[in-house]
Design a protein around this ligand. Structure first.
Ligand SMILES: Cc1cc2nc3c(=O)[nH]c(=O)nc-3n(C[C@H](O)[C@H](O)[C@H](O)COP(=O)(O)OP(=O)(O)OC[C@H]3O[C@@H](n4cnc5c(N)ncnc54)[C@H](O)[C@@H]3O)c2cc1C
Ligand code: FES
Length: 364
């Protein structure tokens, strides 16, 4: 009993001290100006106290951040050479042993309290923030919208088919802060003055509630990007695509790009959906079967209702692969969907002989 009492007392005291420290830091800590040195060549001076991700963004250095700095995506990695403080427990789930050894850190979790030295991939210096106007909203299904953003400033963008942008959602009644989320670009790289995103509603999601219930034509928003290494490789290999729901966004960009240049590559796109209510852009993708000599669109329904009158393929997608893969050693795969779906699809592709390093994916 006495031991329990002591543990409880110690817990209360340390908990209270932590709260006092957080409050004291918020109101009284003054870290003054701190210098951030990036790649030994760029120096920026920021007011200490904020997180490194935001400090860099305020100085136009944009690190990927799919969750908007909540510490839940693991995208915002930088190499911290000096001054970043100890690794926090919130970072550890996203860092492998070799990354920890290599001083890789999550920039959204690092507080700028002193001078810091970091290293980032050179290509991140090319990431820009775009001001954009919403010029088209299409209801693809009951929970999926296609939104076109006219780029205002800068007014053009270069990206690779498959990459993503971060959309900043303005403050609104369900969010007191500006937040940002990642969305794959669904339009083609040849269109440079606008981009389309395909956004599925997540019940109670901060960004998607704004998009589906508040956003309107003419609204001005910020987009940051392009980011990501999920893009089409410049080879002649056959391609298997697998993506359902809003995962169709990057695949649409890839296939429309190939259609524009009348690609002769053998390509098969498996689109997974529950019922016919979840199908969209079907006619457009069937049209690509006519304009490209070796493209096949295969929608597969997992739970068609009797009213659907569905006569196409049903069930899981992986068992169908063997009918469409002619040369596993000369096949690439591009997958977009939930981590569970990607794991199941990857396993079957590897079983059939597709090389693991030719299977590319974005999971969300
Ligand atoms: C590289 C990348 C590309 C992406 N591309 C697209 C895209 O093209 N189209 C698109 O619609 N989304 C895409 N996403 C997902 C998107 O970034 C958001 O995570 C998603 O829209 C939810 O944001 P939110 O602010 O509405 O929800 P949040 O407020 O972040 O989340 C609300 C709640 O829903 C849960 N939740 C979050 N995401 C999901 C989900 N997908 N399904 C079920 N529950 C969820 C959270 O755990 C939380 O409990 C992409 C993500 C990544 C990492
Ligand atoms: S921005 Fe998502 S974990 Fe840092």
């Amino acid at each position: 009993m006495e031991i329990l009492y002591n543990i409880l007392t110690a817990t209360i005291i340390s908990g209270s001290l932590s709260i006092i420290l957080v409050i004291a830091e918020y109101f009284f800590a003054n870290y003054g100006d701190c210098k951030i040195t990036v790649n030994n060549k760029k120096e920026i001076v920021v007011k200490g106290g904020g997180n490194l991700l935001n400090a860099l963004a305020e100085n136009k250095i944009f690190i990927p951040s799919a969750c908007g700095g909540r510490g839940s995506c693991g995208f915002c990695k930088v190499k911290a050479l000096d001054g970043a403080g100890p690794v926090l427990p919130t970072e550890k789930p996203y860092l492998s042993a070799s990354e920890l050894k290599d001083s890789i850190r999550l920039s959204c979790q690092i507080k700028v309290r002193q001078d810091i030295k970091i290293h980032i991939p050179e290509e991140l210096f090319n990431i820009k923030k775009f001001k954009a106007k919403i010029v088209e909203i299409i209801d693809y299904t009951y929970d999926i919208k296609g939104i076109t953003f006219q780029l205002l400033e800068p007014n053009t963008v270069d990206f690779k088919a498959g990459q993503y942008m971060q959309l900043e959602t303005p403050k609104y009644e369900k969010s007191k802060q500006v937040i940002s989320r990642a969305y794959s670009i669904s339009s083609i790289p040849d269109i440079k003055d606008s981009i389309q995103l395909i956004i599925r509603r997540v019940p109670d999601g901060i960004c998607t509630t704004w998009v589906h219930d508040y956003m309107k034509l003419g609204d001005i928003v910020n987009l940051v990007g392009p980011f990501g290494d999920f893009y089409i490789r410049d080879t002649e290999a056959d391609i298997i695509y697998v993506a359902g729901g809003s995962g169709k966004a990057p695949i649409k960009s890839m296939i429309e790009h190939f259609a524009k240049y009348q690609s002769t590559r053998k390509m098969t796109y498996f689109f997974g959906a529950r019922t016919t209510k979840d199908l969209y852009l079907t006619e457009e993708f069937q049209e690509y079967e006519k304009t490209m000599p070796d493209f096949t669109y295969v929608p597969v329904l997992s739970a068609p209702s009797p009213d659907d009158g569905w006569t196409g393929k049903t069930g899981f997608i992986p068992p169908y692969f063997k009918d469409y893969i002619r040369d596993p050693l000369n096949t690439e795969a591009y997958l977009c969907g939930s981590p569970g779906m990607i794991a199941a699809v990857e396993k079957e592709l590897i079983n059939l002989g597709v090389a693991k390093d030719k299977i590319y994916f974005d999971s969300f």
